[in-house]
Design a protein around this ligand. Structure first.
Ligand code: UGA
Length: 445
């Protein structure tokens, strides 16, 4: 029956899955969240979100109370319950390779399919190498007792950490990669409230849907590396990349978003997605078409080493024995995620070069401490800045923009600041007697 709202399962309750499950339940659907991690399932079922995401804990509480959202570790229960099954497991970078590891997707599909005894739609949301959906279509049909009755579709996800709820409820677009009219109808039913709210839908084949996701992230990464490449040119010429970016942004064909120069991109998506895309393109014989992504990656990595160089230069050529206050650990503000975080990369490099590094972050301290116990941590920006030879801003949290240069100067040993994110007003800091440095910005001699 395609008229009734479908019952949904969400397989994999990490960042993407937990958000998707909660948001779909908030829209009125009956949702069952599934994960092999019993601990995670118990936490979610008791109303705890195991990561930092503004607005999500409140919405989880509400949807649990409504009774529309439940959690389980049983694939048999999921298959019994659901009409549409969303696969939301992670596809991290493979250790020692640029490829992404799709074993969790394979495992989820492999565990679900043998229980599918009636007509169902399996929808991949994870970011995968193009061609995965076509392969999985065969796997699902071979393993499912319902055989040809089970279909596969791809519906990539574009949510940003920190805005996950809003991006899920009010996305810029929905992409439905489908192989049949029935699959298109089922997906339409599964997103009815989102579509009715005015969200445009782009219907494609499976391969195109897989590609939209990596193409979008590659474009965003390229835009960031483009402005950071311009920063390198600015550094060599005494020009100012912030003014350059502001001037470019007035052209709406270019636009100002994702044109913020600085320490570059990190996180669990952009870096691994461009590498996996370049790798996959090589595998299928079109490596040349996206070889520029290797350059995008190289420009981005250079930001980190150049930031360390800038700190060293400001300290007169040496880092060993210097006291360095690092503001920020998360890969971006409004997140506790430290995956491939540029901030921690810089902090660790300076620590490795003999500096006495202290790190503060409003949300990511626990994660940072667990991953890098060798670093030292403090409880506030002023706390880590005590007696510092230099302050280095590495993640542009709003609270760092509000720091009073006079108050900070009272605790530091010297008035030296490196703004790795172009988050501060150089005029204000210089007026307060600070030596201010940022990549791609000139400074008075
Ligand atoms: C990114 C995409 O923006 C989402 O659309 C996508 O769904 C997601 O990846 C994913 O594939 O799951 P996210 O990783 O949460 O989202 O973070 P972004 O807001 O895109 O920021 C990525 C990095 O770029 C951060 O380290 C940020 O500091 C950096 N950045 C961003 C810049 O250096 N300059 C900018 O102008 C913008």
């Amino acid at each position: 029956d395609t008229a009734a709202p479908p019952r949904l399962t969400v397989i994999g309750t990490g960042y993407l899955g937990a958000t998707h499950a909660v948001c779909m339940a908030s829209l009125g659907f009956e949702v069952l969240g599934v994960d092999v991690d019993a601990d995670k399932i118990a936490k979610l079922a008791s109303g705890q979100v195991p990561f930092f995401e503004p607005g999500l804990p409140e919405l989880l509480a509400k949807t649990l109370e409504s009774g529309r959202l439940r959690f389980t570790t049983s694939y048999a229960e999921a298959a019994e319950f659901g009409d549409v099954h969303f696969i939301c497991v992670g596809t991290p970078q493979m250790p020692g390779s640029d490829a992404c590891d799709i074993s969790y997707v394979d495992a989820a599909v492999g565990a679900l399919a043998p229980h599918l005894t009636r007509r169902a739609l399996v929808v991949g949301k994870s970011t995968v190498p193009v061609g995965t959906a076509a392969r999985l279509t065969h796997t699902v049909r071979e393993l499912a007792p319902a055989g040809e009755e089970v279909e596969l579709a791809w519906n990539p996800e574009f949510l940003r950490e920190g805005y996950a709820v809003d991006d899920t409820l009010r996305p810029d677009r929905l992409v439905f990669g489908v192989a049949s009219e029935w699959a298109r109808e089922r997906l339409t039913a599964a997103f009815r409230p989102v579509i009715d709210a005015g969200t445009p839908v782009v219907v494609t084949d499976l391969a195109t849907a897989e590609l939209v996701k990596v193409a979008a992230n590659s474009f965003l990464a390229t835009k960031i590396s483009y402005i950071n490449a311009m920063a390198e040119v600015c550094e060599a010429t005494g020009a100012d990349v912030s003014d350059l970016a502001a001037a470019l942004a007035h052209d709406d064909r270019i636009g100002g978003r994702f044109l913020q120069p600085g320490l570059g991109f990190g996180g669990g998506c952009l870096p691994k997605d461009i590498r996996a895309f370049a790798h996959r393109a090589e595998e299928i014989g079109v490596g040349q078409a996206v070889s520029f992504l290797r350059e995008v990656d190289a420009i981005n990595r250079r930001r980190r080493s150049r930031t360390v160089d800038l700190v060293r230069e400001l300290l007169g050529g040496r880092l060993d024995g210097k006291r360095i206050a690092c503001l920020g650990a998360a890969f971006k503000p409004n997140s506790d995620d430290i995956r491939d975080a540029p901030a921690l990369d810089v902090a660790r490099t300076m620590h490795g070069l003999g500096a006495y590094v202290r790190v503060y972050d409003p949300a990511a301290l626990d994660n940072a401490r667990r991953a890098y116990p060798e670093l030292r941590y403090g409880s506030s920006a002023l706390d880590v800045a005590r007696d510092a030879d230099v302050v280095v801003l590495l993640t542009e949290w709003a609270e760092f923009r509000q720091i009073d240069p006079e108050a900070m100067a009272k605790v530091t040993a010297h008035r030296r600041i490196v703004d790795g994110r172009h988050a501060l007003d150089p005029e204000v800091w210089r007026a307060a007697g600070w030596e201010y440095r940022a990549l791609g910005r000139s400074w008075p001699d």
